[in-house]
Design a protein around this ligand. Structure first.
Ligand code: FDP
Length: 311
């Protein structure tokens, strides 16, 4: 019999001391919200919810209608469940504070916005801390993402490995499909927006991608972080969004992109670094802080760091 998300959470409660009933409720709430988002994503072309919402967010990026909808769905369910003390979202300038203590949730409601209108995989990313979102990633109690791809999958870590659930459309349940996701030590794929190469600020990184080509690696870049990290988790290799002349700290946000994804990658046996420090050690300075991201299999990330140092 397939194990549902809720049954799984109760079954691992004994092994994970911080997994109390409130956290289980909160995680269930996030899972339910993403099921609703998944439903909207699947019918987007029929519901007149594709395209731009006609405004820009705090980061100056164009907000898509589906970004807005996903944000509303998550906010509403986190507010109603009463277990979230504060909530930070890519789409909100400030953190919403419900109470002084409890679970602090940071999320990117719909990552990979530029892929929404073209029916390519997008996702929701979440990160949960105790009391405040502005804590280093290594203190995350849970982190994960939901990928809206050919199937909808929820991939999560509670700090004891990485597990994956697949949404069964018939029953409407996330069912345990990948009990132990382990990152291969070495892969064959690198993932980076190579069109920006001339703008990269680290010369060693340019040499690293040339080296990977000589080593017969192949390039895969979806442009949705969730999809690119999902592939990296299963197939190994490396995903990079580096600093460049335009984005001196890279493009990806620490709280709801780099940190939860690094948590998953490390929990699956890989490495997550900015090139200078471990992503999970960074103490956040601001809500929408950006950091360079180099994550993936141990072998490739260590090799990348060697090249970057030689600059
Ligand atoms: P998007 O702007 O489409 O929302 O977080 C932003 C993000 O997508 C990531 O999902 C993705 O990895 C990255 O930006 C892609 O950026 P580039 O188009 O600059 O390569």
């Amino acid at each position: 019999m397939a194990v549902s998300f809720t049954t799984y959470l109760f079954s691992v409660k004994k092994e994970i001391p911080h997994l109390d009933d409130d956290l289980i409720l909160l995680l269930n709430e996030i899972a339910s919200a993403t099921k609703e988002i998944s439903g909207k994503v699947r019918k987007a072309g029929l519901l007149n919810i594709l395209g731009s919402a006609g405004k820009t967010n705090i980061q100056g990026e164009e907000v898509q209608k589906l970004d807005e909808l996903a944000n509303e769905i998550l906010l509403e369910s986190l507010k109603n469940c009463g277990k979230a003390s504060q909530v930070a979202s890519e789409e909100l300038e400030e953190c919403i504070v419900f109470s002084d203590s409890g679970y602090a949730v940071a999320f990117d409601p719909l990552d990979g916005s530029s892929n929404i209108d073209v029916n390519i995989s997008i996702g929701t990313i979440f990160s949960i801390h105790k009391d405040s979102v502005k804590k280093p990633g290594k203190e995350q109690l849970a982190a994960g993402y939901v990928i809206y791809g050919p199937s909808t999958m929820l991939v999560m870590s509670l700090g004891k490995g990485v597990v994956g659930f697949t949404l069964d459309i018939e029953s409407g349940n996330f069912l345990l499909s990948h009990p132990e996701i382990k990152l291969p030590e070495k892969g064959k794929i690198y993932s980076i927006n190579e069109a920006n190469k001339d703008k990269w600020t680290n010369e060693g990184l340019k040499k690293f991608t040339e080296y990977l080509k000589e080593e017969k690696y192949t390039l895969r870049y979806v442009g949705s972080m969730v999809a690119d990290v999902h592939r990296t988790l299963f197939k190994g290799g490396i995903f990079i969004y580096p600093a460049d002349k335009k984005n001196t700290n890279g493009k990806l946000r620490l709280l709801y992109e780099a940190s939860p994804m690094s948590f998953l990658i490390e929990q699956a046996g890989g490495i997550g670094t900015t090139g200078k420090e471990r992503i999970l050690d960074i103490v956040p300075q601001s809500l929408h802080q950006r950091v360079p991201v180099i994550i993936g299999s141990k072998w490739e990330v260590e090799k990348c760091l060697e090249f970057m140092k030689e600059e």
